[in-house]
Design a protein around this ligand. Sequence first.
Ligand code: 4FM
Length: 223
Amino acid sequence: MRIDFVTLFPGMFPSVMDASMMARAQEKGLVSWGCVNPRDFAEDKHKKVDDRPFGGGPGMLMLAEPLGKAIDSVRKKGTKVIFLSPQGKTFDDKKAASLAKEKHLVFVCGHYEGVDERLHELFDEELSIGDFVLTGGELPAMLVADAVARRVSGVLKKEDAAGSESFASGLLDFPQYTRPRVWRGRAAPEILFSGDHAKIAEWRLNAARKATKLKRPDLLKRA
Ligand code: 4FM
């Protein structure tokens, strides 16, 4: 999968996009990414990318011309162009799984008070990561890219890892324990040392149901 970010702040991306699992995905040749800066497409001598809204009002809007040209410079046949904003449909795990099947994603990161409305004709989808307002689309774009990339086939160590976890099953994760067996006087559950894998699976499913009922009862109603 190829991921391109259209952003005025390309410096925000490498520390997130070249770390951890994203680094491994790139080493394996499964994911590659890049940034394109609308400022490089500004025609005037001041490299202007924003202007005041027609009709007045506070703040600045991103100009259609440089942002549109930046998008056009990376979009090809089959590219999916995604705009991040609080007005979008809420991103979730199901959306991550479906986007993981795409060959080329372009994330358009807005900044300031908004973008010229006419740019929306270049967007295939508008997504939100939740009901709050950030200063720009860069963090949401990286958040969505991370959730999508880990679902690209071959990125996770175990191919079934994404399918067996929380959300795919409709339940939260079961509690997990590692060394030491006793920490600050609290022992890990005895059953996990029994060697009885059927019993352990049953315990985990029950624990996942309990955790979901307690912390996220809305997930149980949804299924
Ligand atoms: C988005 C600021 C576009 C300016 C933002 C522009 C957000 C969210 C968000 C800030 N994006 N989910 N919540 N974006 O707050 O996706 Cl032009």
